[in-house]
Design a binder for this molecule. Structure first.
Ligand SMILES: [Ca+2]
Ligand SMILES: [Ca+2]
Ligand SMILES: [Ca+2]
Length: 318
């Protein structure tokens, strides 16, 4: 629909302008590619959600990994990905109070290495923006756009029907119909850690593995800690679009738990490999300040172009 509208716009402009046929043809041929977003390497396209007020954007397919261009060839060589996402050893980064090398590491989306952890919300946002114009830490409404898309794809549910069984939770320390025990943080290459989007793309570890910061602030308690959809105000901001009968007896349907009785400032989503039944694509934690860092919290960047419209050639109009 968008393409057809754009085509008519081009046609109308051609009729009233003095553009040459050759340039006109060139503009038509280049229009479809320009009218849609071309996602950066390692990112997948997410369809916008009009109810949430979002348009199409790109998101990292994997939780962010730390890359240092050691051989200075401006390419991501796989042996340049940090195998452990923090500055010390083991899944809990024992002894490491700071993340290493912010200045010479950049976040990348690849299925190698353990997610970049021990990084605060504010530093994660800075790292995403360091990638260039239109790169940001994912926002809460973008998180919701991905999570609600996942929710409505039948293949993501254990009984292959939306609302039946449980939504896949990934790596959450327990083996069940909708989760598994990875015994620590993982790179994200496992099929069992992925979700399918409505456009056929897949995204890894959106539930579990490591919690992920979103860019929003939260400075008020949103209600008691509970299943993510048990309070209307929490559900509208952090929960699913559908109404499901979920509770601790059925693992909250794999949707997630809300640690919402806090007003510390930062917002994290999805749960971690520590979180058992409490993890899920809608899980949320409001319990930490933006400067906090921890070995169970990572992040994910988005590519959000300001405009979806193909730019007109310079001599298009008089
Ligand atoms: Ca390199
Ligand atoms: Ca950096
Ligand atoms: Ca995650």
């Amino acid at each position: 629909m968008k393409k057809i509208k754009s085509f008519n716009k081009v046609l109308n402009l051609w009729c009233v302008s003095k553009i040459t046929p050759a340039l006109f043809l060139a503009s038509i041929m280049s229009l479809p590619a320009q009218a849609e977003i071309t996602c950066p390497f390692g990112y997948v396209l997410v369809p916008g959600n009009s109810e949430l007020g979002t348009v199409d954007f790109c998101v990292m397919k994997y939780e962010a990994k730390a890359h240092k261009d050691r051989n200075a060839n401006a390419l991501v060589d796989l042996d340049e990905i940090r195998t452990n996402g923090c500055d010390r050893s083991g899944s809990s980064c024992e002894g490491g109070s700071h993340n290493w090398g912010l200045a010479d590491h950049k976040p990348v989306s690849v299925p190698q290495g353990i997610p970049w952890r021990k990084i605060s919300r504010d530093k994660a946002a800075h790292e995403c923006q360091s990638l260039g114009e239109d790169y940001y830490l994912i926002s809460n409404v973008e998180w919701q756009t991905v999570a609600r898309n996942i929710e409505l794809v039948s293949e993501n549910w254990s009984e292959n029907q939306v609302g039946k069984g449980c939504l896949n939770q990934g790596n959450v320390s327990v083996d069940s119909d909708c989760s598994y025990n990875g015994r620590g943080p993982e790179p994200g290459a496992r099929i069992a850690a992925t979700h399918l989007l409505s456009n056929g793309e897949t995204i890894s570890d959106f539930s579990g593995n490591v919690w992920e910061w979103v860019s929003d602030d939260n400075n008020q308690k949103q209600g008691g800690n509970a299943y993510i959809a048990s309070q209307p105000s929490v559900k509208s901001k952090y929960g699913p679009s559908g109404n499901y009968s979920c509770n601790s007896q059925n693992r909250y349907c794999g949707l997630g738990y809300g640690y919402t009785d806090y007003s510390a400032g930062a917002v994290r989503r999805g749960g971690s490999w520590f979180n058992l039944d409490f993890a899920g694509v809608f899980a949320v934690g409001l319990d930490h300040v933006p400067s906090y860092s921890n070995h169970v919290v990572g992040f994910r960047c988005v590519f959000r172009p300001e405009s979806h419209l193909a730019p007109l050639p310079a001599d298009y109009t008089e």
